[in-house]
Design a protein around this ligand. Structure first.
Ligand code: F6P
Ligand code: MG
Length: 434
């Protein structure tokens, strides 16, 4: 019964958490203030007052962060406000001091920052639904246009092949391909670059084989087996859940994976989990979803418009289901889900597999603790196991588990900052509770 390790935190100078709190988060806040300020000519007098108030709140937040002030209560009246404030109180009592930016766990304070950004918006008079990251997300989607066309044409050909022959002999290869597409789609995240230069500009399909060596844990065969077993057990394919991450090209890669799973009769329905508010710069909200589908529908490209209307239809007829539980934008690790969101936990339990996309989901899976890299994945989950799980994540934070002894050192000789550049990835599967 060894105690779990400590949470990552900016209190450890020189770590990626420290650098994130010191440099990356203030840069993100400055960018938000700039974006909001630039909107002043787009609204009337009342709107201008709101913009001023938002910029003021963001600047104050930035100052609190940079001077390591204690975290304070959230003032708005969202459905999650009480939970945030209770959690702040709980931490204060436990540590006998209020949490602060550089001393408390990184995951907690980073989530808190995005919640305070939302508070700044929610406290305005008329601009209460503004998404301060909307422009960034939309331009990243538009900048990935060529790669999107290339991928969706490939999807179109694949679906045609499957219509002719559903038990296609290359099914496993195709499955592997679409899972890898969704995996590497996670490189396109705006928070790592502070919101610039992170569109997918080259065709991904052609690069997959070159990227294979950079998948440092590859449980794809087990993921495939899990889906096959679910199918043979009940005589038909089951529900698949995808906990989505970023808007833009990554979202397209996830929708392509979902389309493939249905078309190949590997899944009967896909349940997507979105964010209930703007989150970690590029995460997908319901309005990003609507905008994306609309863009696809109105595209001149055949594959884009075809799938755009098909996917709209799949949502209408219930084959694709969208959920946006508040839990995904809370600061908790997933081992706390059964306590804070029992209904969501129960729902996930009806799935044959839950895919979790991206870095933040991974950090929450493993509790953002400083695990030894050889810790088994199922141990790091600390009891979180609603259903079989598969993390598809490119590494952008310095925590990873499930590696063989010596492997971390070996990768470090190839790239010093391998844990945070997004150049390395894991397909980590877990089918058992530990
Ligand atoms: O800044 C923290 C962080 O979790 C990084 O580690 C990562 O760059 C980003 O936020 C989120 O990445 P993703 O969109 O893959 O969850
Ligand atoms: Mg994200």
């Amino acid at each position: 019964n060894i105690l779990p390790p400590l949470p990552l935190s900016a209190s450890y100078e020189g770590t990626f958490a420290y650098y994130t709190i010191r440099d990356r988060l203030p840069a993100i806040l400055s960018k938000i203030a700039d974006t909001v300020f630039r909107k002043k000519n787009e609204t009337g007098e009342e709107g201008r007052e709101d913009l001023k108030s938002i910029v003021g709140r963001i600047s104050k937040l930035r100052n609190e962060l940079q001077t390591d002030k204690p975290l304070i209560q959230i003032e708005d009246t969202r459905s999650d406000t009480d939970v945030w404030n209770q959690e702040l109180h709980r931490r204060e009592i436990r540590a006998e001091a209020p949490p602060s930016w550089f001393k408390s766990p990184w995951l907690y304070v980073e989530c808190y920052m995005y919640r305070r950004v939302e508070e700044a918006v929610k406290m305005s008079k008329i601009l209460t639904t503004m998404d301060v990251f909307e422009e960034l997300k939309q331009s990243s989607f538009l900048d990935s246009q060529a790669a999107t066309i290339n991928l969706m044409m490939f999807l179109l050909e694949t679906v045609k092949k499957l219509q002719k022959d559903a038990s296609h002999q290359d099914l496993y290869k195709l499955f592997q391909c679409f899972v890898q597409v969704s995996l590497w789609g996670n490189k396109c995240d705006l928070s790592i670059s502070g919101g610039s230069d992170n569109a997918q500009t080259s065709p991904l399909i052609e690069q997959l084989h070159l990227l294979e060596d950079n998948i440092i844990i590859d449980d794809i065969a087990q993921v495939w087996q899990c889906l096959q077993d679910a199918k043979s057990k009940s005589g038909q394919p089951g529900r698949v859940d995808i906990v989505l991450d970023n808007a833009g090209f990554e979202c397209i890669t996830d929708l392509c994976l979902a389309e493939f799973l249905l078309s190949a009769n590997i899944a009967s329905s896909i349940h997507f989990h979105l964010k209930a508010m703007p989150w970690f710069v590029s995460d997908l909200t319901q309005s990003d979803w609507d905008w994306t589908i609309q863009k696809l529908c109105s595209s001149n490209n055949l594959a884009m418009s075809k799938f755009g209307s098909k996917w709209k239809q799949l949502v209408k007829n219930g084959s694709w289901v969208l959920h946006a539980d508040d839990f995904w934008t809370m600061p908790f690790s997933y081992s706390e889900m059964s306590h804070f969101a029992p209904e969501l936990y129960k729902q996930l339990g009806t799935s044959s597999i839950v895919f979790l996309k991206g870095d933040l989901n991974y950090r929450k899976l493993v509790g953002d603790l400083n695990w030894d890299t050889t810790t088994p994945f199922e141990v790091s989950l600390q009891g979180f196991h609603p259903a079989p799980l598969c993390s598809l994540r490119t590494l952008k934070a310095d925590v990873v588990v499930g590696l063989k002894p010596g492997r971390a050192k070996e990768i470090a000789t190839k790239e010093k900052d391998w844990m945070v550049t997004g150049n390395w990835a894991v397909i980590s599967f877990c089918s058992k509770v530990c």
